[in-house]
Ligand binder design. Structure first.
Ligand SMILES: Cc1cc2nc3c(=O)[nH]c(=O)nc-3n(C[C@H](O)[C@H](O)[C@H](O)COP(=O)(O)OP(=O)(O)OC[C@H]3O[C@@H](n4cnc5c(N)ncnc54)[C@H](O)[C@@H]3O)c2cc1C
Length: 417
């Protein structure tokens, strides 16, 4: 049986940073990855560009702000960029604070992580799918692969992403996992003909709506979350970064309310439409919105209001159209394609981990980091930031714990000699 001070299980963003942090603290580290290569999700991130952190990283961007707060205080965006800078990675932020490698290639991020692991002597074992982790009565852990190979260590860091069974088997409470940060499937009829159209708007997720229809005047509902930005209509529903962010809050029976004029109040829009009706009285409903709305969006509004294209402008139902422009409702059917979701909500319950160290409160010498914990954040670099920051913290803490345990067992074996 081989021995190593710290075992890292899972070679993603959190596992690679944990391995580097532990090795820098002087621990001997073995990284076990079930797949053929480490860091595959890093390569896919940010459309191949890897949006690795965000200048405005803050606890409120995550589902458990209190838990992530000490980790984000210790590993700010600047510290994470410095961590990568020390490995030779240049980074650059866009206008919205999203940080990318200066090369614009996710491969650069993975390259520097892999090179640093090699430089520090981390033993990276790919194709080692850990099926079981057990505590050893004399202290430490045994991790066993599908093939029956067992490795022993004084401390273990679990960084298995969306797969949290190993922590469950070690006695940790697991919160049900659901995919989030993806496009949303809605009723298709109200958005027929809109696929491919992009609009700048605000969208609010509403719960408690009795009638999830196309919306309009006073349709009720409690606002769960609101996002602003660019929405992309698709044939199955809606997409775009703002929709990804709303997808974190989906609940049964909710609807999306789109406000096509978020910078204008309802009375202001009513007055605009009224003036427009007077000024363009010679037009028909079909051309009424020309110059104000995308023509395909205009058609969808008229359809929802039950107005035919040849209706004289003087006869269009102004109040109904304004209500639709401020509150166009789409019944939500769920996440459009779980395979496109970027993150899993759920995982190991955070109450059972210490946020200053990422240590398990249940099992001495056990640590976890990244997506395996019940932490998810907004899109824009927040999820990778969590993976790096918690990974570094877990790696450092695991190295400390392993050294202490090794020193104690050296002492006790000398004492008994
Ligand atoms: C398409 C896509 C784009 C994304 N873009 C961004 C972005 O631009 N910015 C951002 O912040 N976030 C992005 N994310 C989210 C981000 O990639 C994740 O939050 C992050 O990768 C989580 O890192 P992790 O190390 O916790 O988990 P993972 O990256 O999932 O790594 C877990 C690793 O553990 C291995 N593993 C699992 N079980 C075992 C086992 N039993 N034994 C051994 N190994 C095991 C897996 O094979 C995997 O390699 C994106 C996600 C996707 C899918």
């Amino acid at each position: 049986m081989r021995q190593s001070r710290v075992l890292i299980i899972g070679g993603g963003a959190a596992g690679l940073t944990a391995a580097i942090a532990a090795a820098r603290r002087g621990a001997s580290v073995t990284l076990l990855e079930g797949g053929a290569r480490v860091g595959q999700k890093i390569l896919a991130s940010g459309n191949g560009r890897c949006n690795l952190t965000n200048l405005s990283t803050s606890p409120e961007a995550y589902n458990h702000p209190d838990f992530v707060s000490p980790v984000l205080d210790a590993y700010t965006c600047e510290r994470v960029c410095a961590f990568f800078g020390e490995m030779g990675l240049l980074t650059r932020a866009d206008d919205e604070g999203r940080v990318y490698p200066a090369t614009n290639a996710a491969g650069s991020v993975l390259d520097v992580l892999r090179m640093e692991c090699a430089h520090l002597g981390v033993d990276v074992r790919c194709g080692f799918e850990v099926v079981r982790v057990v505590e050893v009565p004399s202290g430490g852990f045994d991790a066993t692969s599908e093939d029956g190979e067992t490795l022993r260590a004084e401390a273990v860091v679990v960084t298995t992403g969306g797969a949290c069974e190993l922590l469950g088997n070690l006695g940790h409470e697991l919160i049900e996992c659901v995919p989030v940060l993806g496009p949303i499937q809605t009723d298709a009829a109200p958005i027929r003909g809109l696929s491919g159209v992009r609009v700048k708007c605000a969208a609010t997720l509403l719960g408690g709506v009795a009638d999830g229809g196309a919306g309009g005047e006073d349709a009720g509902g409690n606002a769960i979350a609101t996002e602003r930005g660019e929405l992309l209509f698709r044939d199955y529903g809606v997409s775009g970064i703002m929709i990804f962010d709303l997808s974190r809050y989906l609940e049964a029976g909710c609807v999306i309310s789109i406000d096509f004029f978020p910078d204008v109040t309802q009375p202001e829009l009513e007055s605009m439409i009224s003036q427009r009706c007077d000024a363009l009285a010679w037009r028909t409903a079909e051309t009424f919105f020309a110059g104000m709305l995308h023509d395909r969006v205009a058609r969808a509004m008229l359809r929802a209001a039950g107005v035919s294209g040849d209706t004289p402008v003087t006869e269009v139902p102004q109040v109904r159209l304004v209500a639709l422009l401020k509150d166009f409702r789409l019944r939500v059917l769920g996440l459009a394609d779980a395979g496109q979701a970027q993150v899993t909500r759920g995982g190991a319950a955070v109450a059972e981990f210490v946020p200053d160290t990422m240590a398990s409160r249940r099992v001495d010498g056990l640590f976890a980091a990244g997506e395996v914990l019940d932490i998810d954040g907004r899109s824009g670099g927040f999820n990778l930031h969590w993976a790096w920051a918690s990974g570094i913290m877990a790696g450092e803490s695991a190295a400390r714990a392993a050294m202490t345990r090794a020193a104690e067992s050296d002492g006790s074996s000398r004492g008994s000699a």
